[in-house]
Design a protein around this ligand. Structure first.
Ligand code: DI6
Ligand code: FE
Length: 409
């Protein structure tokens, strides 16, 4: 009789595997065998091999397991606070008004540039810990508040360092084309020259970024400027992502698709031709309900068209000080359902397998043999309940690379 050995065996657990095209991929009364940080066996407990030697066994008390959550769009590393802008918006100013008056992203740039690496890490750490406490095991963090090589490198280095310190996997994205620096006022093309000729090569050489993003918008960079940034990224072997069509239709969805972007994000104003182009290119749509909510937006992303064209929809926090001061992915699932009419299984797929794809990560986001053993355990009666609570649900336990962390179960 062969003996099956696991480092860790989870039993008395229901599984939302997210491995099917639709639905939660439910296995009731399941078991998961983990070895070397990967899922070695998964299925109904009654099908477990007979002779098992497990170094460690955990009974999960009938809780639900999902893949560890993946937050594929955040601006988590920044200094300062923009609560004052929240008050101004409530008094009638728009996000664009505040940006044009020197606030908005530029205000965070000033605070972030003034912070030392240690200060920046100290200000940002609590946000990453909060994300982890809500079940996030992988997070993407963008730069974009530095605006020169040294300052963007500082943000990206802090992002990587915090991942190590907080036990979360971090993917980094260079967002050099986020806002026009004050000293380039009226000279956007000259700044784009600097981004393409100096920043992207230097950051790529230092190995500090896994991808390149841009803010293609009336208050950001034009489609032509975005194309130049993407061409430079491509020349340095970096995949791209795009802040597309958040406030106005810039044909950002189609632009992202043209460069085979991993994702096009926001998409509130994306037209159907852009959606069709994304479908053909395999570009993931990243929906950001926190920003939509915080800006009291009323123009929803084209969810029906995304569904019809079969574009995978991810859901992320967009954690940033201006438009989405949010760290809870479960809250974003709720908002994606209520505000964008996603179904709970679509929302959970958006924060697991589609989010992993938006980061180019094929090894996580589903519970299946061979995938990384990043698992969140939830004290819920059914998986839809994770999206049902308005920000109230936190996992009872999290396993990262096969190792139980944050375990109150
Ligand atoms: N779109 C966003 O949602 C954030 N950046 C961007 O290009 C907002 C960043 C901020 O306001 O600080
Ligand atoms: Fe963003």
């Amino acid at each position: 009789m062969p003996v099956t050995t696991f480092d860790l065996l989870l039993t008395d657990v229901h599984l939302a595997t997210m491995r099917d095209a639709n639905g939660f991929g439910v296995i009731r009364d399941g078991a998961v065998g983990i070895s070397n940080g990967e899922i070695a066996w998964i299925g109904p407990a009654r099908d477990l091999p007979r002779d098992i030697r497990a170094a460690w066994r955990r009974t999960c008390g009938g809780r639900w397991a999902t893949p560890g959550l993946v937050d594929c769009h955040t601006h988590l590393v920044y200094a300062g606070n923009r609560a004052g802008e929240f008050e101004r918006r409530l008094n009638g100013a728009t996000y664009a008004d505040i940006a044009q008056a020197g606030g908005g992203i530029s205000a965070t740039v000033r605070a972030t540039r003034a912070a030392s690496e240690d200060e920046l890490a100290a200000e940002s750490r609590g946000r990453l810990v909060a994300m982890a406490e809500h079940g996030t095991t992988t997070v993407e963090i963008k730069s974009g508040y530095g605006q020169d090589v040294a300052q963007e490198a500082k943000q990206l280095a802090v992002a990587r360092r915090l991942g190590g310190e907080c036990g979360v996997d971090v993917c980094t994205t260079l967002l050099a084309a986020h806002a026009l620096p004050a000293d380039y006022a009226g000279r956007a093309d000259a700044y784009v020259d600097y981004v393409c000729a100096t920043m992207i090569p230097a950051i790529a050489k230092a190995g500090l970024a896994d991808a390149v993003d841009a803010f293609c918008e009336s208050i950001g960079f034009s489609p032509a400027q975005t194309r130049r940034v993407f061409a430079a990224a491509r020349a340095h072997g970096l995949p791209v992502k795009l802040h597309a069509d958040q406030l106005t239709d810039q044909e950002g969805g189609a632009l992202a698709a043209e460069f085979g972007a991993l994702s096009a994000d926001h998409l509130e104003h994306t037209n159907e031709a852009g959606v069709a182009a994304m479908a053909r290119a395999g570009t993931v749509a990243v929906l950001l309900p926190g920003a939509y909510y915080a800006l009291s937006d009323t123009h929803s992303p084209p969810v029906d068209a995304l569904r019809r064209h079969g574009v995978p929809m991810a859901v992320a926090t967009d954690c940033n000080p201006g438009t989405s001061p949010a760290t809870s992915l479960p809250l974003m699932l709720n908002m994606a359902c209520v505000l964008f009419r996603l179904t709970p299984d679509e929302a959970l797929a958006g924060a697991t397998k589609h989010a992993a794809r938006a980061l180019g990560l094929a090894d996580r986001g589903m519970l299946a043999a061979g995938m990384r053993a990043d698992i969140a355990l939830w004290d819920v009666a059914e998986p839809a309940e994770i999206a049902y609570w308005i920000g109230g649900v936190r996992p009872a336990g999290v396993i990262r690379r096969g190792v139980p962390a944050r375990w109150s179960a």
